[in-house]
Design a binder for this molecule. Structure first.
Ligand code: GDP
Length: 197
């Protein structure tokens, strides 16, 4: 997908104040510091569309961007930062639940997973929650440039083994790096395919 334009639309915590749901939209979510802002900037070829901070847990808003004047890219707040993770998803934001459950034009949620880590309970629980609610999602493994090819294969194999203990099939997944732009075409083609489906 060629990016002709990528513009910020609005940030808020209220689903009612999100842009009218007239265009398809795709959300990005993950634990704080997973590399979500970097991924969004990489996908949209924009250095500063989403803010990269290095200071996790700061943005607690639903951020809408419009891409090519055709679809919305939505940057959702990071979850599970530091001590807040104890309270798990509940305190992290009922408005996010409401957003995910009610936004009728939301076609897919990309759940970002740090490829270097062991499967994290909070991520697996969130995916299970999406599945029970019938929300379409895919996994995006981030920061894969930080692993050698062999290490990456091992981590992915381990993740698949863990997932397949609970799941019949592995959800769709993408292997990405915001440094090398690996996985960009795959994610963007996936978005384009769903958009016309
Ligand atoms: P967010 O909190 O999920 O939005 O994460 P950021 O995009 O701000 O990234 C957190 C940190 O990880 C920053 O220091 C980024 O430079 C770094 N980072 C993010 N993505 C990548 C990646 O693909 N490769 C490498 N090597 N570093 C990354």
């Amino acid at each position: 997908m060629v990016i002709h334009s990528a513009e910020f639309v609005i940030s808020n915590t209220e689903v009612d104040k999100c842009p009218e749901p007239k265009l398809a939209e795709y959300a990005f979510i993950g634990r704080s510091n997973v590399g979500k802002s970097s991924l969004i900037n990489m996908l949209t070829n924009h250095k500063k569309l989403a803010k990269t901070s290095g200071k996790p847990g700061k943005t607690q808003l639903i951020n809408h961007f419009i891409i090519n004047k055709e679809w919305f890219l939505v940057d959702l707040p990071g979850y599970g930062y530091a001590k807040a993770s104890k309270t798990s998803r509940k305190k992290w934001g009922l408005f996010i639940d409401e957003y995910l459950l009610t936004r009728e034009n939301l076609l897919n949620t990309f759940i970002l997973i740090d490829s270097r880590l062991e499967p994290q309970k909070i991520d697996v629980e969130f995916m299970e929650w999406c599945a029970t609610k019938g929300l379409p999602f895919s996994m995006v493994f981030t920061k894969t440039d930080k692993l050698s090819a062999v290490e990456l294969d091992k981590k992915l194999a381990k993740y698949k083994r863990e997932m397949l203990k609970q799941w019949e099939v592995m959800p769709p997944f993408f292997v990405t790096s915001s440094v090398s732009a690996k996985g960009r075409d795959e994610v963007m083609n996936y978005i384009a395919e769903i958009n016309v489906a």
